[in-house]
Design a protein around this ligand. Sequence first.
Ligand code: LMR
Length: 317
Amino acid sequence: MLLCTQTPAHAGLLIRFSHVVAEDTPKGLAAQRFKVLVEQRSQGRITVVVYPGAQLYGDRDEMEALQIGAVEMLAPSLSKFGRLGFPEFELFDLPFLFGNMQEVQIVTTGPVGQKLLAGLARQHLVGLGYLNNGFKQMSGNRPLLEPADFAGLRMRVQASRVIAAQMRALGAYPVALPFSETREALGQNVVRGTENPLSNFWTQNMHTVQTDLSLTNHGYLGYAIVTSERFWLSLNEADRILISRALREALDFGNQIADAQNDKALNALRESATTRVHTLTPAQRTRLRKTVQPVYEQFNHRVGPQWIRDVEKALAR
Ligand code: LMR
């Protein structure tokens, strides 16, 4: 049912939007913006309830919750779609694929990005758009600047085979864990390091359990906003338009603030003095890049050679 059982007196439409990160992140703030826009424009007829921080559902169960109608919207990272039967999304995890955010935008707003979202229909999902977080950095209890620094390190990763292979190529042991369990696992030394953009690192308080953060910018983290076909088709045309427009604006807003959120987190991190921040020399970055290069060959087949060719074509390489 569309109408939420938690608010039985509610006569309008309810959209429950669940995500796993903190509110003060690009995704958290974009979700809030979406709520404000939808509620204003529908004059309160549509209510959006945002559940941040995996308080309702986390990485393991959120997609099932969407499929059974327990929530209406999610924004999982692109890295989490492979495990759900969409391995082509793991192309975004290929290390050093994108040189900058403009290149990401070219892919997500172009035919490749649209084709990827359309493919979600295979599992009765509707892809409503993309949102950036930014580039990932490596953290640990030592600097991670050279391939040798990763040797034997247990690194928390998202459930992406490409990211796991990237860590293996560096000589580390990847351990897939839900986002909401990561800080604790770091604190208890179940894992010794991880990768994430700065806004996630900071808002999860990972700086209290990691002494070193290395600015590797080695990979991209972004999201796809999804709903279920069942929910989407149950809406009338006017509401679909209202929701799509509000989401477009909220995602544009999220994309605009994403870099600033990461910069803000870096400043806060430097001020906190809990964690040393390391910048790589171009030679160090080149060595990391060379070391993870075999991942492309290894995953060409899983991701799909055509997808990788299409990305390279879009980026005029
Ligand atoms: C992670 O699991 O590391 C990230 O995908 C969390 C997020 O949604 O930003």
